[in-house]
Design a protein around this ligand. Structure first.
Ligand code: SF4
Length: 384
């Protein structure tokens, strides 16, 4: 079975008699999570059909609807969401700082690779603004650092060099051979210094130029380098700075980049919704104030934007679990969780399509069963 606890989509999960095997702590908690919300209208518990009818009425009446999220939905639900958005003229925002990089990867503006290629080929691995030991716990053992691969038979001891670049010393940094601390707000300066160093020029910078030169030397010697780009990188630098750095690295060696995000199917919706904002797609209070109806699908708007509940727009939440946004939403519709009690497909962080069989056998019928967000989306499509 497949875990949808993060975008790594580990496919070796076994669930027997309520015991989860092979999943990390995040995946186990995700699979066992049963904190379901009740269907609600105006914060009163109602029948789920009433909640769907009410949501359809709000969407049909909206003049400037906006859909947020979908990164934690199966691809089939995303497709229905795109059709619904087209039907009522809504915009879709996956609400992730990673959408720009995904767009650059999909349109070949930067070189990328698959996770098995990282395992088989990578000798220099950069974790930039990323802490996979806490966000994607099985990345290091499955692909990025510890495993022996086809051309990396000696494993991490001899074959791989891990480097962390971040504003703080993360857990991941503790296993890296070198760590470079970024001064908050001065990320681009570090990239510029590194690019000069790659050309054997001594950078005049607030950073230790000797260490930057040494880092450039390591990167230039890479046979197959990979940057795992966390939100600390893509959320802090303009997308063109990443493209320039990748171009420069590829003048000297073979370098790839992979975005490291948590939402298990973000790559799919980001590709479908093709974000055009240069600085990423995180909604700002200003852009949200333009909307008169917000549909949050598997996305907790209030946790990333606390002032969301003060926005003068109706809010509809479709989510498998309790969220902060549900606490101030006009309509709440609980749904099944993709890969847990709903089968479908998803796209892994490296672009590989993965099947998601349903883990639980309770399915979508019977008392307490959860209706899928795909069925909810299809019912909204029929109703509006
Ligand atoms: S690393 Fe991600 S996909 Fe794999 S078991 Fe953990 S949460 Fe699930």
């Amino acid at each position: 079975m497949t875990c949808t606890g993060c975008a790594l989509l580990c496919e070796d999960i076994d669930v027997r008699d309520g015991e989860v095997r092979h999943a990390c702590r995040i995946g186990t908690a995700h699979i066992l999570n049963r904190q379901q919300i009740d269907p609600m209208v105006d914060q009163e518990v109602v029948d789920i059909d009433d909640a769907i009818r009410h949501a359809a009425a709000l969407l049909a009446d909206a003049e400037r609807p906006m859909f947020l999220g979908f990164g934690n939905s199966i691809t089939e639900t995303q497709a229905a969401g795109v059709r619904l958005a087209e039907k009522i003229g809504a915009g879709i925002d996956p609400c992730s700082v990673h959408t720009s990089l995904i767009d650059d990867i999909v349109h070949s503006r930067v070189r990328t690779c698959t996770l098995p290629e990282v395992r088989d080929q990578a000798d220099v691995i950069l974790f930039w603004g990323a802490d996979p030991m806490n966000t994607h716990p099985r990345l290091m053992s499955g692909y990025a650092y510890y495993p022996r691969g086809k051309n990396r038979q000696h494993g991490w001891e001899e074959d791989r060099t891990a480097i962390a670049i971040d504003v703080r010393r993360s857990h991941t940094a503790s296993i890296c051979k070198s760590v470079h601390e970024i001064i908050p707000g001065r990320d681009v300066e570090f990239i510029d210094a590194l690019m000069l160093a790659l050309r054997n020029k001594v950078p005049k910078t607030v950073y230790d130029s000797k260490r930057v030169l040494k880092l450039a030397g390591t990167l230039k010697k890479a046979e197959f380098g990979v940057i795992f780009a966390g939100s600390g990188l893509v959320g802090s630098v303009p997308r063109d700075a990443i493209i320039r750095l990748m171009d420069e690295l590829n003048e000297f060696s073979d370098f790839r980049i992979l975005p490291l995000f948590s939402q298990y199917n973000l790559r799919s919706i980001a590709t479908a919704a093709a974000c055009e904002h240069s600085g990423g797609c995180t909604p700002t209070p200003a852009s949200l104030h333009d909307a008169d109806c917000l549909l949050c699908v598997g996305f907790d708007l209030a946790s990333s934007l606390p002032q969301a509940c003060d926005i003068d727009a109706s809010i509809i939440v479709i989510d498998p679990s309790e969220t902060l946004t549900a606490g101030c939403a006009d309509v709440v519709i609980p749904c099944a969780a993709g890969g847990v009690d709903l089968a479908g497909t998803a796209v892994r962080m490296d672009g590989t399509k993965i099947d998601l069989p349903s883990i639980t056998k309770t399915g979508q019928t019977g008392a307490g069963a959860r209706i899928s967000d795909l069925s909810i989306m299809n019912r909204l499509l029929e109703a509006v």
